[in-house]
Design a protein around this ligand. Structure first.
Ligand code: ZN
Ligand code: ZN
Length: 417
């Protein structure tokens, strides 16, 4: 039984504090007087404490943290009555939505055991996820519409570290995962805040180039992949720091290496194969192969976790369509580390990826002023889910295709041309 974090000692305390400082100063840019709603796994208590400290040092109004615990979650699957799996704590999410409407920022510490639910009944997992997604929707919309500054960072939970480094003793695995998180999050340098300034400028130059090209589609080719991803009308590329509707420039994800935009929900054609396993709510889905027609997945298979994949695709109509396409060079630091993190926050930044489900309204020109109807009319997808999976490698080429049919190479062998 896991009770309290036990391996703080194997995690570099100076770098952990820098991670907390970067989360508050770069990730959130928390403003003086702003409230903060934080969620974290119980194992991440040391980081949650440091983030709370730096939030108050930055002038936070009130920091409210909700912890989740693996044993408590598994107790539900072991002992709860069947009807429990259609329930969610809607009152809590309503309260979060209210906090965001009143100006609060949102921070999530990732680091749950990725395999936590792998031995549980996939039907129960899917029902619980669906109930949770529906209850969370009003609060999540403030995040996906980018109404507020929000941020996700991560903590090397021992259960996660054992999965990433199965051959090592737990304490050594935690140390290695911590160091990998610190490197990917650029907090292992003398001045992490300056390093993030440079990195954000580089990502901005990529998205500025893509916005200037006005491609109408991207064409991915590689082993098992021949996919044409139409881009939404009036799509806009983003990457690195961006401005929330409350006027605060934040870095929602750390680490981040991607530039991304909104595909057209009705204009995706062809086949695509995943290049890395997808860890979804405790299940590993591997060797995904899907075929799109008119933007909709009409065939899907996976060598592992196919049952879970099919349940994901059946969540709602938008779950079979794309809500994001993102470009990441194969030489990104996370890819170069060679580590499979079993965590989308990291693995999506090792590789080009697409996401099933909900699009980001900020990935449209003037996105803040568009209604839901306009976003749909321009090709933006909507769904209860948003699940990224990796389709890039050093064997994948990408061309940009313009409306007049002219083609410009964008990536060759996984690298920017
Ligand atoms: Zn992405
Ligand atoms: Zn995504």
């Amino acid at each position: 039984m896991t009770v309290l974090p036990r391996f703080e000692t194997s995690i570099d305390p100076v770098k952990l504090e820098k991670l907390a400082e970067v989360a508050v100063q770069v990730g959130l840019r928390l403003e003086r007087g702003q409230d903060l709603v934080m969620t974290a796994p119980m194992a991440a208590l040391p980081l949650a404490r440091l983030i709370t400290k730096h939030a108050y040092m930055a002038g936070a109004g009130i920091v409210t943290t909700f912890f989740a615990d693996e044993d408590m979650t598994l107790s539900r699957y072991a002992h709860a009555p069947d009807e429990s799996f259609d329930k969610a704590s809607g009152w809590l999410y309503d309260g979060m939505a209210k906090a965001f409407e009143n100006g609060a920022a949102r921070l999530a510490i990732a680091g749950d055991n990725p395999m936590m639910l792998s031995a549980q009944d996939p039907a129960k997992v899917a029902r619980a996820n669906k109930a949770n997604s529906m209850a969370y929707k009003p609060a999540l919309e403030h995040i996906s519409n980018f109404d507020i500054n929000w941020h996700i960072c991560s903590y090397p939970n021992p259960a996660w570290a054992r999965l990433v480094f199965p051959g090592l003793a737990e304490e050594e695995a935690v140390k290695k995962l911590a160091d990998a998180i610190f490197a990917a999050s650029r907090v292992d340098v003398a001045d992490p805040i300056a390093a993030w300034g440079d990195h954000n400028a580089q990502l901005r130059s990529r998205s500025t180039w893509l916005n200037g090209e006005r491609f109408s589609a991207l064409h991915f080719t590689g082993p098992g992949t021949d996919l044409r991803v139409g881009l939404a009308d009036g799509h806009e590329w983003h990457g690195g720091a961006s401005v929330a509707k409350n006027g605060i420039t934040c870095n929602p994800n750390i680490p981040t290496e991607e530039v991304f935009t909104t595909p057209h929900a009705l204009k995706v054609e062809g086949t695509v194969s995943s290049t890395k396993p997808l860890s979804h709510q405790g299940t590993l889905i591997d060797d995904i192969q899907v075929r799109f027609e008119g933007g909709r997945i009409v065939e899907a298979k996976a060598s592992k976790g196919e049952e879970v994949l099919q349940k994901v695709l059946d969540t709602d109509e938008g779950a079979r369509r794309l809500g994001e396409v993102a470009l990441v060079p194969h030489s990104s630091p996370i890819s170069a580390s060679g580590i499979l993190f079993y965590n989308t926050l990291f693995d999506e930044n090792a590789s080009c990826h697409i996401a099933l489900g909900q699009c980001y309204s900020k990935c449209f020109l003037d996105g803040a002023s568009l209604s839901q109807e306009q976003i749909t009319a321009q090709g933006g997808n909507s769904s209860l889910i948003h699940i990224d999976w990796m389709i890039g490698s050093d064997k994948v080429d990408i061309d940009g295709v313009r409306a007049d049919g002219s083609v410009t190479p964008v990536m060759r062998g996984g690298e920017w041309v």
